[in-house]
Design a protein around this ligand. Structure first.
Ligand code: HMG
Ligand code: MG
Length: 298
């Protein structure tokens, strides 16, 4: 049977906005976060502490973190690629950090400018420091089924990198289909390898919807008992180092499906669609999600 409850992390403010060409003002990012928490999201990826030369869109990371009105029942996560990012992030008191590497060597090089092994070495002291500070550490494992540079990625590669992330003390693994090429059985194979190294409650799915497979992949994950997912309001998102990759699975599409399955999320669909509409207006393009479009047309 499927899980009765699912935890969603909205990554729209980070994964969603990092990829926008126009600069999104801090106030709009903050407003988005406020709308998402008002809609019932209890986990949010707020921003990333990466190099502003690499991703200028996230340069206001500290301002976003200090301006949002934080709710004690919401976990605010930020991306951290290295010790410098941890230092800057720590000052803003995140509840969680997300270190990120890949199951593909080529993608690690393009995205974080180092090998997988070097990324693990870099993360080890960051993980230790974060945990000593009482901050939960998640890891995102990009290209878990396919890579824009290397093509198909074998589940053994997920196994190997997941083992290394577990060994340095990472608490949680996000199995990430960066370019949305995964299909249900392949996603399950990647998750099964992740589950060798992390408990069920600490494995999540992060699926981009480039090929329209993300919702099917969420369902396939539920079949394995995985009950934690990243999703992005309005289907925003993409990675600047994965050309052509589109947004994450839309949070409202996931919520609509889970509502239909009788699976609890705590998220209010109308509030979520309002949030999608508001950020779409700022960005000047309509939400790509089917559910937002259907409900906004009513
Ligand atoms: P590098 O150039 O190798 O770093 O970049 P470096 O250590 O040689 O430093 C170069 C310069 O960057 C120095 O400045 C550093 O101070 C600065 P300079 O002396 O030239 O003025 N620097 C920093 N500044 C601010 N914050 C930092 C930081 N680190 C160094 N943390 C680095 C290496 C990792 C920094 C770079 O490659 C980078 O920032 N990459 C991030 C790329 C990124 O954000 N990608 C998108 C997020 S990942 C994603 O979307 C995937 C995910 O959604 C899952 C999925 O879908 O797959 C999570
Ligand atoms: Mg992503």
């Amino acid at each position: 049977s499927l899980p009765s409850k699912v935890t969603l992390c909205d990554v729209g403010p980070r994964d969603g906005l990092q990829n926008e060409k126009q600069t999104v003002a801090t106030e709009h990012k903050v407003a988005l976060i406020h709308r998402l928490q008002a809609a019932g999201l209890r986990r949010l990826e707020a921003t990333s502490f990466v190099s502003p030369k690499w991703v200028p869109q996230m340069a206001d990371n500290a301002a976003v973190m200090s301006t949002i009105e934080r709710r004690p029942d919401v976990a605010y996560a930020v991306l951290v690629p290295n010790a410098k990012g941890w230092e800057a992030a720590q000052a803003t008191r995140p509840d969680e950090i997300v270190v990120f590497t890949a199951a593909s060597e080529a993608f690690a090089q393009k995205n974080i400018n180092c090998s997988i092994a070097e990324s693990i070495e870099r993360f080890a002291p960051v993980v230790a420091a974060a945990k000593a500070a009482g901050v939960k550490v998640r890891a995102a494992l990009s290209c878990a089924v396919g890579c824009p540079y290397e093509g198909d990625i074998h589940p053994d590669q997920v196994d190997a990198v997941a083992a290394q992330l577990a060994a340095i003390g990472v608490d949680h693994l996000g199995v990430s289909d960066t370019i949305g090429v995964g299909t249900p059985r392949r996603i399950q194979a990647a998750l099964e390898r992740a589950l060798k190294h992390f408990p069920l409650a600490e494995v999540s799915g992060h699926y981009h919807d480039t090929y329209g497979q993300a919702l099917a992949n969420v369902y396939a994950s539920l079949e394995l008992g995985v009950a934690t997912f990243d999703a992005s309001v309005g289907g925003l998102g993409g990675c600047p180092y994965a050309k052509g990759a589109t947004g994450n699975v839309a949070t409202e599409d996931v919520v609509f499906m889970l509502n239909g399955l009788g699976i609890e999320t705590g998220v209010d669909l109308d509030g979520l669609v309002d949030a999608a509409a508001a950020i779409s207006e700022v960005l000047g393009h309509p939400p790509v999600s089917r559910v937002a479009r259907a409900l906004l047309a009513k």
